[in-house]
Design a protein around this ligand. Structure first.
Ligand code: ZN
Length: 381
């Protein structure tokens, strides 16, 4: 999801990454705290004092977001849901679950852990600010601690809004799932509330824009759009998983793919195979033996004037694990292969024999044909 994120460290075997978009937030927070919030809260200091306070507060916010995600991650790992990376990005943090929780109860505990951590941090920072104030420490440190207390309480409350995929939406989903036993229907309802909240935030943002509050306005619109898109795509993914549950590659592959001989020239390949049959990928076979594959990207790397003399046998891609999969593999594993290798067309091979070809469009076709009655949910019986 975050291909530009940079790994900064590893905590407790969780890889901590920062997406460059987080720097936007770090900059905005530092700027607005040093220019507005701290000068209002604690008048009469110099600009450099406010700047130092703002930077410390921003680092505190960074640590708070990280602890929120670590709380989700530690609980997830305890409950058997693997998590490898935590990424901080424009709208906060995200702990990337490698699999969906297997039960409503697991989902609930993973979801609630983050807001509980934020609320705890809020109370902790608030207590600390009281102690520090009572001890007669500098007013600047009290102001920074109070800010961190406030921001953690806001984080806990915002994340508890029942809008999927926010934590509160996940709790709502876990509750509905627990009550009805239908994970897909629960996701659908929780995503709807997520979409509603997304629209609401965007509307509030537009209202703020009209009132001249440009920064807050843009911010609400962006977060609203993010929640809306995330809610929709989470549901689509859940739906796809339900549609492919228990389906193997063999069930959806094309069993009679067009194959080509290594003797064929590239020009023949294009004009007699690819164009007339509207395909862009073909296994290369000789005397019934699978040698590899060739696709349009190989053609595009070779000068067009050489297509008449170059044969498929000279340029095809040999057999490798990246483009091969077994017939009994589940569709979820196929998706994983497609995601990892970025290839949309895969050879289905068993004991060196070509059984068929499976492409991303075979999957989407199946998806559009799968009825979405409640009975297609994975957990109804
Ligand atoms: Zn959370």
């Amino acid at each position: 999801m975050f291909s530009n994120a940079v790994k900064i460290c590893t905590i407790n075997n969780f890889e901590i990454r920062v997406d460059p978009s987080w720097l936007i937030i770090a900059g905005l927070v530092t700027w607005s705290l040093s220019q507005g919030y701290f000068p209002d809260a604690l008048p009469g200091r110099t600009g450099s004092v406010y700047l130092v306070m703002a930077v410390v507060a921003m680092l505190g916010l960074f640590a708070s977001l990280l602890l929120h995600e670590l709380a989700h991650s530690v609980v997830a790992r305890r409950l058997g849901v693997p998590i490898k990376t935590i990424t901080l990005f424009l709208f906060g943090g995200v702990a990337e679950l490698e699999a969906e929780p297997k039960s409503a109860r697991t989902e609930f505990w993973i979801a609630i852990a983050g807001p509980v951590m934020s609320a705890g941090l809020g109370v902790g920072f608030w207590t600390l600010s009281l102690i520090v104030a009572f001890g007669g420490a500098a007013a600047a440190s009290v102001a920074v601690l109070s800010y961190l207390a406030l921001v953690n309480i806001v984080l806990a409350l915002f994340n508890l809004v029942p809008a999927f995929p926010l934590d509160g939406g996940r709790i709502l989903r876990a509750y509905l799932w627990h009550r009805t036993g239908d994970a897909l229907a629960a996701t659908k309802a929780a995503s709807r509330s997520g979409a509603f909240f997304g629209y609401l935030l965007m509307a509030l943002g537009v209202l703020a824009l009209f009132q001249g509050n440009v920064l807050a306005g843009i911010w609400y619109v962006l977060i609203g759009a993010f929640v809306l898109v995330a809610a929709r795509s989470s549901y689509a993914m859940q739906r796809a998983q339900a549609a492919f549950e228990g389906t193997s590659v063999a069930a959806l592959m094309c069993r009679t793919p067009v194959t080509v001989s290594p003797q064929v020239t590239l020009s023949e390949l294009l004009h007699q195979v690819f164009l007339p049959r509207n395909i862009s990928f073909a296994p290369v076979m000789e005397d019934g033996v699978l040698l590899g594959h060739i696709d349009r990207s190989v053609l595009s790397r070779i000068d067009q004037e050489n297509w008449v003399t170059t044969r498929v046998g000279d340029v095809f891609v040999g057999l490798n694990d990246q483009v091969m999969i077994g017939p009994d593999v589940g569709i979820d594993a196929l998706f994983e292969t497609i995601r990892k290798t970025n290839r949309r067309k895969i050879l289905v091979v068993q004991d060196h024999h070509l059984l068929g070809v499976i492409t991303l469009s075979d999957l989407t076709r199946h998806l559009s044909l799968t009825p979405l009655s409640p009975s297609s949910g994975p957990r109804t019986s």
